[in-house]
Every structure is written in structure tokens, then in C-alpha cells.
Ligand binder design. Structure first.
Ligand SMILES: [Zn+2]
Ligand SMILES: [Zn+2]
Length: 263
């Protein structure tokens, strides 16, 4: 499996992806908003785009579909329940469905509600797994829930699906928000030395050559995975004095998500 992370350079800071089979040169474009850049990358690499996948229905993820289909004839895949919100889905996906790209690449669809209620993440069947996570999980952050999502479901997705992935799973999110997210982590947990050193190291990074994190690293620097951390809970109590002595992790998650909305 070859992964090309395509930096759009737009104001939403979207990442698009090409996932290619090294044996056949067939490729899948994930959320190819910047269809021109995606097509140029594919052409340079000698790849044929045969599939398009939308992680969810928001326009900054689906906006390139029409032009990409016109240019390639590729088939469109998305969550089965997105059929009324994404035009022209050829294959609706459910949890556990396997998507084959070319001869040797297999990706499994995860049903990951929370950012929206018809959001899929893709997990590669490779020695080192890779997760294409749209707007569910960001580097050091989590998707918002105010355009069709629910924080309770996002919490369930984090604890029941994402937290259980192997530590070496590579993270390929739908946006470059790492700097702001690390600043939020440090606001919530000022003594997180790993988040501080990571922030220092990415401050002058080129998003076109961005750091690819892992689930293991996310558990160190992403406040939405650190729901039992005493510093996180202590700081949260300053904002929410009614927080119980030992708050359940769902409450911590939902309140962190709430604070992030206005941070
Ligand atoms: Zn979105
Ligand atoms: Zn987005």
C-alpha cells in the first residue's frame, strides 16, 4: 500500500489522500476536494484512480467528487446512511465491509459516528496499520459535533473503536489542525511535556510534508484520549465546579469537547 497525503493549502486546511496498490497502480482517492492536485499526483506517480471514498457528507470532503468522477469514471463509496446527503454513491458501506484497491490493498470500513452520524474511517490490513479518519480523530484532537453529530457518539467511537487500535497505527486525518490542537491540550494539561515538545517540533513544519502520528503518540498528546488524567480533571473542575470527584470518562470527554468549541 502506498499512501500520498495531499495538502490542499485551502483555508479549511484539508488533507486529501491517494491510496495506491503498488502491484497494479490502481488508486483510491479519499475526500478529494482538491481534485486537480489529486489528479496531478496520480498522473505523476502513474496511478489510475478507480475509487473515490468520502469519509462523510460535509462539502469540504465531497466537493471534488463530481470533477473527479468526470475525469476518471471512478466509483464512489461512502457510508450507506449517507445516501440522501451525498449524490451518486455507487457502494454504501457498513461496519466491517472490506474495500479492495487494485490487487493487494485491503481496507476495512469502521462505522464511526460522532462528527456526523454517517461517518466512516478506513483501517488498512497492512503489517503496520493505517487509519484514514476524516473528521473523527485529528492529530491531537477530535472532530466537532455541531454539523450533524453528537458528542456522546463521538465518545463511544473513541473508547470502543479508536482506543483499541494497535499503538503503531498511523493516523491520516482530514485536516491539519495539529498546532491549535496541541495548544488546547496544553491549555487543559499544562504539565504535558510530550505535547510541549511535539508543539515545538511542528511549529515550522510544512503541511505538505506533515508529521504522521500514531495512536500511541495520540494517547500521549491528545486530550480526548486522556480522560483519566488527574491534571485534565483538575483543570476541568476550574471550568465546571460541579464536576464530581471521580468523573466518569464520558462526562470528561463531553465537557472537553464543549470547551474546545469556544476555545
Ligand atoms: Zn466534517
Ligand atoms: Zn472537514
Amino acid at each position: 500500500m502506498i499512501v500520498e497525503q495531499v495538502w490542499t493549502g485551502n483555508s479549511y486546511r484539508n488533507f486529501n489522500y491517494l491510496i495506491a496498490c503498488p502491484d497494479s497502480g490502481e488508486a483510491m482517492a479519499v475526500d478529494p476536494l482538491d481534485h486537480k492536485k489529486c489528479l496531478a499526483h496520480a498522473k505523476n506517480a502513474g496511478w489510475t484512480i478507480t475509487l473515490i471514498l468520502n469519509t462523510h457528507e460535509h462539502g469540504d470532503h465531497t466537493g471534488g467528487n463530481k470533477a473527479m468522477i468526470a475525469a476518471t469514471g471512478a466509483k464512489l463509496l461512502a457510508h450507506a446512511n449517507a445516501k440522501d446527503r451525498i449524490v451518486g454513491i455507487d457502494r454504501g458501506l457498513s461496519a466491517g465491509d472490506v474495500i479492495k484497491v487494485g490487487r493487494s490493498v485491503e481496507l476495512e470500513a469502521l462505522d464511526t459516528p460522532g462528527h456526523t452520524m454517517s461517518h466512516v474511517c478506513l483501517l488498512s490490513h497492512t503489517d503496520q496499520p493505517a487509519l484514514f479518519c476524516g473528521d473523527t480523530l485529528f492529530n491531537a484532537g477530535a472532530g466537532n459535533c455541531h454539523n450533524g453529530g453528537h458528542p456522546n457518539e463521538l465518545y463511544e467511537t473513541f473508547v470502543s473503536q479508536l482506543a483499541g487500535l494497535p499503538d503503531d497505527t498511523l493516523i491520516y486525518p482530514g485536516h491539519d489542525y495539529i498546532e491549535n490542537n496541541l495548544r488546547f491540550t496544553l491549555d487543559r494539561e499544562p504539565d504535558n511535556g510530550r505535547a510541549q515538545s511535539l508543539l515545538n517540533s511542528i511549529l515550522d513544519q510544512d503541511p505538505a510534508d506533515a508529521l504522521v502520528t500514531t495512536i500511541g503518540l495520540e494517547k500521549e498528546v491528545n486530550t480526548f484520549f486522556r480522560l483519566h488524567n488527574p491534571s485534565v480533571i483538575r483543570r476541568l473542575r476550574e471550568a465546571f465546579p460541579d464536576l464530581p470527584d471521580e468523573p466518569d470518562p464520558r462526562t470528561v470527554f463531553v465537557r472537553l469537547r464543549d470547551l474546545r468549541n469556544s476555545w
